[in-house]
Structures are given as structure tokens and as C-alpha cells.
Design a binder for this molecule. Structure first.
Ligand code: SF4
Ligand code: SF4
Length: 130
């Protein structure tokens, strides 16, 4: 399960991810990170059963956590199964199934956004974190 974690460094340099791993015992995979002197946004992947535990722990450490159940969403009415997203995706999220229809493994997605820009039918969008 993907979690989008944002945090500010105005309150100090709390090692949020390291603390969450240590205090929950859950192994966290970092898929993508943008961190600078003022704060950061990190996309992490955790086992589904640990999602709530990690989210609450990071929240208690001062981070804002959004659960992304479907990081990239496909509008099936707009998709024409052209395959343009297959070649552009660095994580092989997209494949064709046996009937040449587009299939997705969204758990591999790192939210780079390349497929959204490449789709000629605007069929792909990023889930708005809720
Ligand atoms: S690029 Fe867009 S229209 Fe083409 S297969 Fe992918 S989602 Fe469908
Ligand atoms: S956002 Fe990036 S990693 Fe995710 S499906 Fe699109 S191209 Fe692949």
C-alpha cells in the first residue's frame, strides 16, 4: 500500500521514517523522495496490514500521511488500449492482457507522472489524496 508522507522541518529534524521503522517494526520501502531544507514529500510502500499502524505513527511524529489506494487511475471509457503508457512507464505497471486490453499493477507505481503526460486520450490521472 502506498502512503504519501509530507513533513516540515521547521519543527526540527525528526528522522520520521527511521523512527517509524524502529517503533513499529514494519519494513518501509521508499519509492520516491523529494526532501530539502524546509521539508519533504516521500512516497513509501508498506504491507497493507501495517498501513494504519505506520500512518498513525508517522502522524504522531508530525508528518501528514495520505493513503493512496490507487496511485494512478485509468478512465476505462477514455482508454483505447493504444499501449503508449506501457513503453513510457519505468516500473512496468502496464501490460496487455491476453485480449490486448490494458492491465495495470498499480502497486508498482512510484507516481512519476510520465504515463499521465503520455496518454493521448487523457485517460490517466493521479488519485487526489483523501
Ligand atoms: S496511453 Fe492512455 S489510451 Fe493508451 S493504453 Fe495507456 S491509458 Fe489507454
Ligand atoms: S506514474 Fe510513473 S510509475 Fe506510475 S504508472 Fe505512471 S509512468 Fe508508471
Amino acid at each position: 500500500m502506498k502512503l504519501l508522507v509530507t513533513f516540515s522541518r521547521r519543527k526540527g529534524y525528526e528522522p520520521i521514517i527511521a523512527k517509524a521503522v524502529k517503533e513499529t517494526g514494519v519494513l518501509i520501502r521508499v519509492d520516491r523522495a523529494h526532501i530539502d531544507s524546509s521539508g519533504g514529500e516521500v512516497l513509501i510502500d508498506v504491507p497493507e496490514e501495517s498501513c494504519r499502524l505506520v500512518s498513525e505513527k508517522m502522524g504522531s511524529l508530525g508528518a501528514t500521511v495520505k493513503i493512496l489506494e490507487h496511485p494512478v487511475v485509468r478512465d476505462e471509457d477514455e482508454c483505447v488500449d493504444c499501449g503508449a503508457c506501457i513503453s513510457i512507464c519505468p516500473r512496468e505497471v502496464f501490460t496487455f492482457d491476453g485480449e490486448w486490453r490494458l492491465a495495470m499493477e498499480v502497486e508498482k507505481c512510484v507516481l512519476c507522472g510520465k504515463c499521465i503526460d503520455a496518454c493521448p486520450h487523457d485517460a490517466l490521472s493521479q488519485q487526489v489524496p483523501g
